[in-house]
Design a protein around this ligand. Structure first.
Ligand code: UD1
Ligand code: UDP
Length: 350
């Protein structure tokens, strides 16, 4: 049976690695790369190091406004679906690539499989929240990573074919954690274990507002430790546009985005992780590194409930308080058993 998988952004490549490995044991998979992310270190690097099968179709959609980007993907995905006539279309998470894939398929009456279904921030100003709600409501199979996600869907009366299979990002960490110990990223940047905090920032809710970015950088300046920051291209471009120069923050070590294995090593050896990324919040929790989340709310509420994560938004004082306080998560296995990909494929085989 044929499954067309739609991916396009960095976290989707990482999620696809464990799922494709498992899916291909029982299904014929066709991979479509929308081209939402296209720099080598935002795309190709993950295919190479995680052994993800090369895309069968590359749509080369690239960057643009939400409507244009999603619309171009929608039209191009439809053409692929007409040609391939798959039994299912599989989408991950909450990006514009996810929404385009789900919409194209559902209009053609092809059942949609949504992996990482049911997440909610309850903030509809986030583009991701709109993408998630729309995708969940047109999907046929909804694979949730947590009980909270199941409950969110119940609250919206979505209960058919909804399963908690755990989080495929936990599978990815379990599979790659040991391989990541061979990474030389610390040595390359003369870093010592626990001698730095790790930063990632890319959410529109921060990067679209120069005053929020300035508040965050004001906090960074006052932190008495090196901050290693593999900078997302969106953030780099935005800061350039605002005329904000990161060289004004002397303890910042800004580096290019890194591959997944280097990232896992950077996360594992950091003292704390400061981020607005969904995936990085979870990885901090899996690796038991205290996390400071530069957002007002999180979909990954279990990381906060289990005391591994503090929400601080872009408030300078709150960021400093969280960075200077002591806490480590009392790890509770809230994200499955590391075999989520197998569980979800087992459901599809039934
Ligand atoms: C997208 C997702 C977000 C996800 C993130 C993962 C949407 C609405 N957002 O955000 O949910 O958390 O990916 O990283 O789908 N750019 C480059 N090179 C690239 C990719 C992007 O230079 O390879 C720059 C361009 O200036 C582009 C900007 O980044 O305009 C934003 O890219 P886009 O894919 O639209 O959104 P992200 O912010 O990456
Ligand atoms: N990541 C990476 N290199 C980097 C930054 C992040 O490999 O330089 C990985 C990170 O470990 C996680 C995923 O990318 O697995 C998270 O993606 P991102 O933060 O772009 O998106 P989000 O999860 O917020 O949607």
């Amino acid at each position: 049976m044929k499954v067309v998988t739609i991916i396009g952004a960095r976290p989707q490549f990482i999620k696809a690695a464990p799922v494709s490995r498992e899916l291909r044991k029982s299904f014929d998979e066709i991979i479509v790369h929308t081209g939402q992310h296209y720099d080598k270190n935002m795309s190709d690097i993950f295919f190479d190091e995680l052994n993800i099968p090369k895309p069968d179709y590359h749509l080369n959609v690239g960057s643009s406004s939400h409507g244009k980007q999603t619309g171009e993907m929608l039209a191009a995905i439809e053409e692929v679906l007409v040609k391939e006539e798959p039994a299912y279309v599989l989408v991950y998470g909450d990006t514009n690539s996810t929404l385009a894939g789900a919409l194209a398929a559902s209009k053609m009456h092809i059942p949609v499989i949504h992996i990482e279904a049911g997440l909610r921030s309850f903030n509809k100003k986030m583009p991701e929240e709109v993408n998630r709600i729309m995708t969940d409501h047109v999907s046929e199979y909804l694979f949730c990573p947590t009980d909270t996600a199941i409950q969110n869907l119940k609250n919206e009366n979505v209960t058919h074919n909804v399963f908690n299979v755990g989080d495929v990002m936990y599978d990815a960490v379990m599979y790659n954690q040991k391989l990541a110990t061979d990474s030389k990223i610390l040595e390359q940047h003369s870093l010592e274990s626990k001698g730095y905090h790790l930063v990632t920032l890319h959410r529109a809710e921060n990067t679209d507002f120069p005053e929020k970015m300035q508040n965050i950088l004001d906090a960074f300046k006052q932190i008495d430790k090196t901050l290693v920051w593999p900078i997302h291209p969106r953030t780099k471009h935005k800061l350039e546009g605002y005329g904000i120069n990161l060289e004004d923050v002397p303890n910042l070590k800004v580096i290019e985005p890194v591959g997944y294995l280097d990232m896992l090593r950077l996360e594992s050896e950091a003292e704390k992780i400061l981020t607005d990324s969904g995936g990085v919040q979870k990885e901090a929790y899996f690796l038991q590194i205290p996390c400071v989340t530069l957002r007002e709310e999180t979909e990954w509420i279990e990381t906060v409930q289990n005391k591994g994560n503090i929400l601080v938004g872009s408030d300078t004082k709150k960021i400093l308080e969280a960075v200077n306080s002591e806490y480590t998560s009392a790890y509770e296995p809230a994200f499955g058993d590391g075999d989520s990909a197998k569980h979800l494929v087992d459901h599809l085989k039934k």
